[in-house]
Design a protein around this ligand. Structure first.
Ligand code: ADP
Ligand code: ZN
Length: 751
C-alpha cells in the first residue's frame, strides 16, 4: 500500500451547483464512471455529494453528484437530474475514500460507490407509519358515549394504549393479545386516533463510564496512549500486539470509551461477524448496551436503518464486516481492526480490496486514529511498525497471571494412530491418553481439524476414479450427515452415489482422509459417554444458533469440541484446557506465499483457546514435519525468531511486504477465447526494467464455476506504484465480452 497524499481533517462546506449547471454524477454500477447531467433550471442548487435520481437510457438510476460536469457531451444531449433525493449529501471524506479505493484497486469508481450506497432505500424519505393512541391518555374514553360496546378485548387494547406511546395497529393488537380487527374497529369508532410518525432508528448510546474492569498498570499505560490518540483526533496507526488473553479488547474498549465521551463515532472491523457473540456480550458488559452491527445477514430494512443512523450520527459504535468501512460516518473518531492479520479482511470478488489496509486509508483521509489488534500481526503490519510508520504497543502477558499453554509435538511418523472398531483413527496414542485424562478431570477438550465435512476425497477402489466437481478443478468433499458430495469452491452438491460413476461397481467408493465429521466417529467410538459437538461453518446455523452454541459450550454443557477454524478465534471457554491439533501441517503445502505465516497465526490462535482461566492449558500438535520452522516456533514460543526467518525469505525473493504484487485473473467459459486474450496480454506485457511479469499460467483452480482460469502475476519493488503500470497494460489490450480480466492488487489468494 502506498501513502495517501494530502489529508484534510474537516469536511469543508460542499460546493453548490446552481440551477442550469452541469454536474458529473457517479452511478453505482459495476462499470460506472461519471456522466454529465444538468441541475434543473427550475429548482434549487444542488450540493456536491447529493444523491439524485437521473435518467439513463430508458431507465432511472440513483447516483451521487460527484463534481462539476466534464463538458464532453454536447450541450443539447445533457439531460436534467430528475429528482433530488431526500438524503444528506454523502460526506466528502466518504467520496474521497471511494475515489481512493477505486484508484488503488483499479476498479471502476461506480463499483466502489455501490458498496457505499449499498441500500438505496436509505436515501429515500422513511415511509411514515400510522400509529394509534388515545386522544387523551390521562382520561379513559367514555365508550358508551361513543356508542361502542365494552368487551374484554377492547378493554385490553385501551389499557395498553393508556400505558404505551402510540403504536402501529399490528403492534398495539399484539401487545394487547387481540386481533388487529379489534384495534381497527376502535379506530373507526373514533376511540383511538391515528397519527403519522417518521420512524427512525435511535439506538441507545453506549455509556463510556459504565463500570469496566480495573486495568493492570501495563494495560492502563497502553489504554491511556490510545485515549490520547482519540483526544488528538489526528491520523495515526497503532499496532496493539499481545498474546491471546492479554486484554487487548479491554484496552481498546478504553479508546472506544474516549471517542464516545467526545461524541465521536467508532467503527470496529471484525473478520467474521457470525462469531462475535462473545465479543458483543463483552461490549454490552463494558458499555451497558450493544453496538450496532453491520453485515450481509441483516435484513434489508435493518441495513437501511443502520445506514441512516450512521449517516445522521445517531449510531455511536458500529461493529461490522469489511463492508462497514464504506458506511457514511458523519464524525468518525476511531477505527479498530480486530485480528488484523485475518485473511477474511481481503475481499476477492468484485472490488478486490483489503479492509485492514483500506481502514488505514480511511483513517488518514479522515484524520482518525486507527488501532490494529492482533496476537499474531501480519508481516506487513510488523514491517510497518518496525519502520516507524505504525506505533507498536505491546501487552506482554496474559491477564491475571494465567499462563500460556505448554505445547507438545506429536510426531505422527513415530506414533501413528491405532485402529479401532469404528474404522480408521486419526488421533495418536499420546493424544488419546491426554484427552482421556482431561475428560476424567472434568475439563473440556478441543480437537482442531481445519476441514469441513466427512472426507476431502472419495475414490473408487476398483478403478481408481476420483469424484471431481463438474465446474471446478477440485475434489468433491463428502458431507455424510446430509449424504451429499459438496464442492467447497462453487457450492455444487450431489447425492453421494452408491456406485462408482465411472466403472459402476457397487460399494467400491472409499472415503480418503478425515474431515471433522469423520473425526467425530472416532470420538464417539473412543469416548461413547462424552458429550461432544462438531463445530464448523456449515453446521453452525445462523448467528443466533451460533451464539446459543457458544453459550452452551461456555456453560460446560459439552465436554469435547471437534472444530474447524470457526472455533479458533477470540472465544473464551474457561474450562477448556486441552487443545489437540489433528493435522498441524494442513495449511503448509500448496505453495502459497503466506502459507507458513498463516499456519503459524492459526495454530497460535487455536493454542490460545487452551487454559485461558485459572487452569493451566496444554496444546498437542500432531505433525508429520516436527522440524518445520512453524512447528518449532510453536514449541519454543520464539515468535520473533520465526517472523525474522519468514521475513528474510520474503526479502530474499522480493516478495511482499518487501515487494509488490498485482495479479490478473483471466477467465471465461470459452477456453480458446481465454487463451487468445492471454496471448494478447502477454505480447502487451509491461517492459519496464524493474517490473517482472510471470504467466500466463493455469490457475491452481484452473476451472472455477465452469470458467477456465489463467493467472498473470506482476512483481515490482516496493517503491513502484503498480497501478499505472497495470492500467497501461490493460489499456493496450482489447478483451472480448466473453472473457473477464480481474485485477487483484496485493493478492492474498493465489488459487
Ligand atoms: P485479548 O483480546 O488480548 O485476547 P481479552 O481482552 O479478551 O484479551 O482478555 C482476556 C480475558 O481477560 C477476558 O475475559 C477479559 O475480560 C479478561 N481481562 C482482561 N483484562 C482484565 C482486567 N484488567 N480485569 C479483569 N479482567 C480482565
Ligand atoms: Zn465446484
Amino acid at each position: 500500500m502506498s501513502e495517501v497524499s494530502a489529508s484534510s481533517a474537516c469536511d469543508a462546506a460542499a460546493p453548490l451547483y446552481p440551477p442550469g449547471a452541469r454536474v458529473g454524477v457517479l452511478l453505482p454500477l459495476p462499470l460506472g464512471g461519471l456522466y454529465d447531467y444538468r441541475v434543473p433550471r427550475t429548482g434549487p442548487a444542488v450540493a456536491e455529494g447529493q444523491p439524485v435520481e437521473v435518467p439513463l437510457g430508458k431507465r432511472r438510476e440513483i447516483g451521487v453528484v460527484w463534481g462539476a460536469g466534464e463538458g464532453a457531451v454536447a450541450e443539447n444531449k445533457v439531460r436534467d437530474i430528475l429528482r433530488v433525493l431526500p438524503a444528506e449529501p454523502l460526506p466528502r471524506v466518504t467520496r474521497r475514500f471511494v475515489d481512493w479505493v477505486a484508484a488503488y484497486t483499479l476498479s471502476p469508481p461506480g463499483a466502489v460507490l455501490k458498496m457505499a450506497i449499498s441500500v438505496p432505500q436509505a436515501l429515500e424519505e422513511p415511509r411514515p407509519l400510522t400509529v394509534y393512541g388515545l386522544p387523551d391518555p390521562e382520561n379513559p374514553p367514555d365508550l358508551a358515549a361513543l356508542g361502542v360496546k365494552e368487551t374484554r378485548a377492547r378493554r385490553a387494547v385501551l389499557n395498553v394504549a393508556a400505558d404505551l406511546p402510540p403504536l402501529p395497529a399490528g403492534e398495539l393488537a399484539r401487545e394487547a393479545g387481540v386481533s388487529d380487527g379489534v384495534v381497527k374497529g376502535l379506530a373507526q369508532a373514533g376511540v383511538l386516533v391515528p397519527s403519522l410518525v417518521h420512524p427512525q432508528l435511535d439506538p441507545p448510546r453506549p455509556d463510556p463510564d459504565h463500570p469496566g474492569p480495573t486495568l493492570s498498570a501495563g494495560q492502563e499505560e497502553i489504554a491511556e496512549d490510545l485515549r490520547s490518540r482519540v483526544r488528538g483526533h489526528a491520523f495515526s496507526v497503532a499496532l496493539l500486539e499481545g498474546v491471546t488473553g492479554s486484554g487487548k479488547t479491554e484496552v481498546y474498549f478504553e479508546a472506544v470509551a474516549e471517542a464516545l465521551r467526545r461524541g465521536r463515532q467508532v467503527l470496529v472491523l471484525v473478520p467474521e461477524i457470525s462469531l462475535t457473540s462473545q465479543w458483543l456480550s463483552r461490549f454490552r458488559r463494558r458499555f451497558g448496551v450493544p453496538p450496532l452491527e453491520w453485515h450481509s445477514e441483516l435484513t434489508q430494512a435493518r441495513r437501511r436503518d443502520v445506514w441512516r443512523a450512521v449517516a445522521n450520527g445517531r449510531a455511536a459504535v458500529v461493529v461490522g464486516a469489511r463492508s462497514a468501512l464504506f458506511l457514511p460516518f458523519r464524525d468518525l473518531g476511531l477505527v479498530v481492526v480486530d485480528e488484523e492479520h485475518e485473511q477474511a479482511f481481503k475481499q476477492e470478488d468484485g472490488v478486490s480490496y483489503h479492509a485492514r489496509d483500506m481502514a488505514v486509508v480511511r483513517g488518514q483521509l479522515g484524520s482518525v486514529p486507527v488501532v490494529l489488534a492482533s496476537a499474531t500481526p501480519s508481516l506487513e503490519t510488523v514491517l510497518n511498525a518496525e519502520s516507524g510508520r505504525y506505533d507498536k504497543l505491546h501487552l506482554p502477558e496474559r491477564h491475571g497471571g494465567s499462563l500460556l499453554p505448554e505445547v507438545d509435538v506429536v510426531d505422527m511418523r513415530r506414533m501413528p494412530p491405532e485402529k479401532g472398531d469404528w474404522g480408521r483413527s486419526w488421533l495418536a496414542p499420546p493424544v488419546v491418553e491426554a484427552v482421556t485424562e482431561t475428560l476424567e478431570r472434568g475439563e473440556q477438550v478441543l480437537l482442531f481439524l481445519n476441514r469441513r465435512g466427512y472426507a476431502p476425497l472419495t475414490l473408487c477402489r476398483t478403478c481408481g476414479f476420483r469424484i471431481q466437481c463438474p465446474n471446478c478443478t477440485a475434489w468433491l468433499v463428502e458431507h455424510r450427515l446430509v449424504r451429499r458430495l459438496v464442492c467447497h469452491h462453487c457450492g455444487h452438491s450431489e447425492p453421494t452415489p452408491r456406485q462408482c460413476p465411472q466403472c459402476g461397481d457397487e460399494d467400491s467408493l472409499a472415503a480418503c482422509g478425515p474431515g471433522v465429521e469423520r473425526l467425530a466417529e472416532e470420538v464417539v467410538g473412543r469416548w461413547p459417554e462424552t458429550r461432544s459437538v462438531v463445530v464448523a461453518s456449515d453446521t453452525l446455523g445462523g448467528p443466533l444458533a451460533a451464539a446459543a452454541l457458544m453459550e452452551r459450550i461456555a456453560a460446560h454443557e459439552v465436554d469435547l469440541l471437534i472444530g474447524t477454524q470457526v472455533l479458533a478465534k477470540g472465544l473464551h471457554f474457561p474450562e477448556l484446557t486441552l487443545v489437540a491439533v489433528v493435522d498441524s501441517d494442513l495449511g503448509l503445502s500448496g505453495g502459497d506465499l503466506r502459507a507458513a505465516e498463516r499456519t503459524y497465526q492459526l495454530l497460535t490462535q487455536v493454542a490460545g483457546r487452551a487454559g485461558r482461566a485459572a487452569k493451566q492449558g496444554r496444546v498437542m500438535l500432531q505433525t508429520y514435519q516436527p522440524e518445520h520452522p512453524v512447528i518449532q516456533a510453536m514449541v519454543t514460543g520464539e515468535t520473533a525468531q520465526f517472523l525474522e526467518a519468514e521475513a528474510e525469505g520474503r526479502r530474499a525473493t522480493s516478495m511482499p511486504p518487501y515487494g509488490r504484487l498485482a495479479a490478473l485473473i483471466v477467465s471465461g467459459e470459452d477456453e480458446a477465447a481465454v487463451d487468445a486474450t492471454c496471448a494478447r496480454l502477454s505480447r502487451a506485457a509491461p517492459r519496464e526494467a524493474n517490473v517482472e511479469v510471470l504467466g500466463p499460467a493455469p490457475a491452481p483452480l484452473a476451472m472455477l464455476r465452469g470458467r477456465h482460469r489463467r493467472r498473470f502475476l506482476l512483481k515490482a519493488p516496493r517503491g513502484v506504484r503498480v497501478q499505472p503500470v497495470v492500467a497501461a497494460w490493460l489499456g493496450r489490450v482489447t478483451v472480448p465480452h466473453s472473457v473477464r480480466v480481474q485485477v487483484d492488487v496485493d493478492p492474498y489468494s493465489f488459487l
